[in-house]
Structures are given as structure tokens and as C-alpha cells.
Design a protein around this ligand. Structure first.
Ligand code: ZN
Length: 226
């Protein structure tokens, strides 16, 4: 069993981890202000339970501060109900998620936060469209030739936002034939466009060539001066 959650990760990444290691991979969530990692998935692996007898949980529209409807995407806000010394009232965690109050398969009625899509401050606006690095990861992890490391680079050229994604190939997919690489770049670009609704320039790079980091990975370079 693996309990993983230093940074947001996608359902597709879970499948890759489980398939390649043979473990069950569970998501966990918490922040240092709330005493660290507090909330985990149950055996159903379908959302992280928030212990509703200890915490009042809300998901709000980050612009208006108003709670969104059940199942709608917004920013996570938590109020501690029993914490002493450092209670928090409507504390804005900054993560974008969906709150699900439906009873879980496991029988618990504590609400679940569904896959955290990223932090409100991770969200990129490219040509007026909201883009989360987690969406890019979801698309990439469904393409077997693509490795686990990628970098999103956004530039503004002649008043137009240009989004490029550099992606490491797996060693197995690496080819000496330029046409193979171009075909794969086209395939990845089309898959990204179908989900993000914007054109993305795809650049495949050799396995091991993108920077690695300890802890939270840096996945976005925004070169725009706005
Ligand atoms: Zn459950």
C-alpha cells in the first residue's frame, strides 16, 4: 500500500503507479495549518473523506466567496470545530476541488473531496481559458509512450499566449526516426487540445532531461510579463 499526496496527482497517475509497482495507491490530503496530513481515502479510492464531526468543510467560488452547489468545482474552505490553540474559521486552503456529500460505497457519510485539481494559484489562464497542470497530467498519463515528467511553458508572443508542453518520452518509445517523434507529438497535441480547448505546442524530449525536484515538483514556467 502506498499513501501519496505531497502534490496533486491524477487518476491516470494512480493507474500507472499501481500497474508498475503492484501496490494500492491511496490519496491523502492536509496542510500544515490543519496539523498536517489528516484526511485520506478509504478502501473505495474514490475521494478523500473529510471528518465532518471535526471540520466544517465548504467549497466556494473564489471570486465571490459564496459556496457553490454540491458537485461544483471551487476553492476548499475549512473551519476547525474542535481544534484548540489555533482554531481556523473559514480558512481558505487555496486548493480547487469538488465536494461530494453522497454516501460513499464504504458506508461513511463524511463528505469527500474529489481529486484536487490543483491550487487556485496554480491555475493558468491561457487565451482566456483556465488550465490546470493536473488536466495536462491526466491527458499525458493516458498515453503509454509518454513518461511521468513534463513541463508547461507559457509565453506571450505578439500579444498572443503560446502554451508549450515539454514531455519526456519513455525509453521504450524513444526512436531515431524523426517521423515517429513527429507523429507522437501530433497525437499528444491533439489529445491535449481536445481536453483544454486550446492549441498546445508539444515538444518531446529524452527521458531524464527535465529537471527533477525533491518535494513539490515545478511543472509550470510562465514567461509572460503582464
Ligand atoms: Zn469511503
Amino acid at each position: 500500500m502506498g499513501v501519496l499526496g505531497a502534490e496533486p496527482w491524477s487518476e491516470e497517475m494512480r493507474k500507472r503507479i499501481e500497474d508498475s509497482t503492484g501496490i494500492k495507491a491511496y490519496d491523502i490530503f492536509g496542510t500544515s495549518e490543519l496539523s498536517g496530513p489528516l484526511f485520506t481515502e478509504c478502501q473505495s479510492q474514490n475521494g478523500i473523506h473529510i471528518w465532518a464531526d471535526q471540520f466544517l468543510v465548504e467549497v466556494i467560488n473564489p471570486d465571490t466567496g459564496e459556496p457553490v452547489a454540491n458537485g461544483e468545482r471551487g476553492e476548499l474552505v475549512i473551519t476547525t470545530l474542535v481544534k484548540e490553540a489555533l482554531p481556523l474559521i473559514r480558512y481558505r486552503i487555496g486548493d480547487i476541488t469538488v465536494l461530494n456529500w453522497d454516501e460513499c460505497e464504504c458506508g461513511r457519510t463524511h463528505p469527500r473531496i474529489m481529486r484536487v485539481l490543483g491550487r487556485a494559484d496554480d491555475m493558468l489562464i491561457v487565451r482566456g481559458i483556465n488550465v490546470f497542470p493536473g488536466q495536462v497530467e491526466s491527458v499525458l498519463m493516458n498515453i503509454p509512450e509518454v513518461g511521468e515528467h513534463f513541463m508547461i511553458i507559457v509565453d506571450r508572443i505578439n500579444e498572443l499566449d503560446i502554451m508549450k508542453v515539454q514531455i519526456e518520452m519513455t525509453d521504450a518509445a524513444f526512436s531515431d526516426k524523426v517521423t515517429d517523434i513527429m507523429d507522437l507529438e501530433k497525437k499528444v497535441g491533439a489529445a491535449l487540445k481536445s481536453v483544454l480547448n486550446i492549441a498546445v505546442k508539444v515538444e518531446l524530449v529524452e527521458h531524464g532531461s527535465l529537471p527533477r525536484s525533491m518535494g513539490k515538483a515545478k511543472k509550470v514556467i510562465d514567461n509572460r510579463k503582464i
